[in-house]
Design a protein around this ligand. Structure first.
Ligand SMILES: C[S@@+](CC[C@H](N)C(=O)[O-])C[C@H]1O[C@@H](n2cnc3c(N)ncnc32)[C@H](O)[C@@H]1O
Length: 282
C-alpha cells in the first residue's frame, strides 16, 4: 500500500530507478503543491493526498510500460528553452543542440539580420532555440506532419517567439512559397534505416515512425535536403544536417556531389561525427 508513505518511502519502494521516480514525484509536487524539486529532500517525510497519490501510481505504471518520461511529463528541456512534447512529435535529443550551436556561430559571424530555414522542425526545437538566442534572426520552420506543426506553433506561442518564426507545412523545400534564399539551412531529418532494430526498442517505440526513419536506406531525406540546398541558399550560405553516427562518410559524399564547398564534420560531446556542414559557393 502506498497510502501514508512518505516521499522518501515512495521513492525507495518504487520499481523504477530512483532518478526516474524522483523526476515523476517532483512533477507531482510542483503540479499539486507548487513545491520545488528540492522538497524531495527538505520535506521527504511529507505524504501525498489521494489525488496526487493516484496520479503517482498512474505515472509509475506508464513509465514501467516503457513510455518516455518526456511524454509522461509533456515537456522536455532543449538548449535554453523548455518545449511541450506529445506522442505526435519527436522528443528533442541533446545531440541536436550541436545544430543550434552551428547556426548561432554563423549568425554571430555574419553580424547582421539573418534568414534561417529549419527543415523538419518537429516540436520546433531547433528553430525556437535559435530564435530565442538570436532575436534578430528570422526563421522559417517546416514539417510534413500537421500534428508536429500544431505542437511547434504552441511552443512558439508559449515562448513568445511567434513573430520570429513562420511555420509551413509540406515536404522539405516544397513547403516554401515566396521565402527567397536563406543564410543558413538546418535540418535533423529522419535518418534511421527502415530495418534498423532500434526502431522497435526503448523510447523510439513511442515516437512517430515518420520522424525517425525514411522507410528506406536512412539517407534518402538527407539526400533530398542536401541536393536542394544550392537553390535555396544565398551565395556563401551554410547548410548543416544531423546524421547517424555511421553516416558521416555518406553525407560528406552527398555534399560533394551537390557541389558544396567548405565541407566540415562536427563532433558531438561524446566525440562522434553527428553533423556535417557545407557552403554554397560565392
Ligand atoms: C528527426 S525529427 C526532427 C524533429 C526536430 N527538428 C528535432 O530535432 O527535434 C524529423 C522531422 O522531420 C519531419 N519529416 C519527415 N519527413 C518529412 C518530409 N518529407 N518533409 C518535411 N518534414 C518531414 C518529421 O515529421 C519530423 O518532425
Amino acid at each position: 500500500m502506498s497510502e501514508s508513505q512518505s516521499l522518501r518511502e515512495l521513492i525507495s519502494n518504487c520499481k523504477l530507478p530512483a532518478n526516474e521516480a524522483r523526476i515523476l514525484l517532483a512533477h507531482l509536487l510542483e503540479k499539486h503543491y507548487q513545491l520545488p524539486r528540492s522538497a524531495l529532500l527538505s520535506r521527504d517525510d511529507m505524504t501525498l493526498d489521494i489525488v496526487p497519490l493516484e496520479e503517482w501510481g498512474n505515472l509509475v505504471s506508464r513509465r514501467l510500460g516503457g513510455e518516455p518520461i518526456a511524454y509522461i511529463l509533456g515537456k522536455k528541456g532543449f538548449h535554453n528553452i523548455e518545449l511541450l512534447v506529445a506522442p505526435g512529435v519527436l522528443i528533442p535529443r541533446p545531440e541536436t543542440e550541436l545544430l543550434v550551436d552551428i547556426a548561432l556561430a554563423e549568425i554571430t559571424k555574419l553580424n547582421r539580420s539573418t534568414k534561417i530555414l529549419d527543415l523538419g522542425t518537429g516540436s520546433g526545437a531547433i528553430a525556437l532555440s535559435i530564435a530565442n538566442a538570436a532575436p534578430l534572426a528570422s526563421l522559417v520552420a517546416t514539417d510534413q506532419s500537421v500534428e508536429a506543426l500544431t505542437i511547434a506553433r504552441k511552443n512558439a506561442q508559449s515562448l513568445t517567439l511567434k513573430k520570429q518564426v513562420q511555420f509551413l507545412q509540406g515536404s522539405w523545400y516544397e513547403a516554401l512559397t515566396e521565402q527567397g534564399q536563406f543564410d543558413v539551412i538546418i535540418s535533423n531529418p529522419p535518418y534511421i534505416a527502415n530495418q534498423d532494430p532500434h526502431l522497435t526498442q526503448g523510447d523510439l517505440r513511442f515516437e512517430p515512425e515518420s520522424a525517425l526513419t525514411d522507410f528506406d536506406s536512412g539517407l534518402s531525406c538527407l539526400q533530398a535536403i542536401i541536393a536542394g540546398a544550392d537553390q535555396h541558399l544565398k551565395p556563401g550560405g551554410l547548410i548543416a544536417v544531423e546524421h547517424g553516427f555511421d553516416q558521416s562518410e555518406a553525407v560528406i559524399e552527398l555534399m560533394t556531389i551537390a557541389g558544396l564547398a567548405d565541407i566540415r564534420v562536427h563532433l558531438d560531446l561524446a566525440g562522434h561525427c553527428r553533423a556535417a556542414s557545407g557552403r554554397k559557393g560565392l
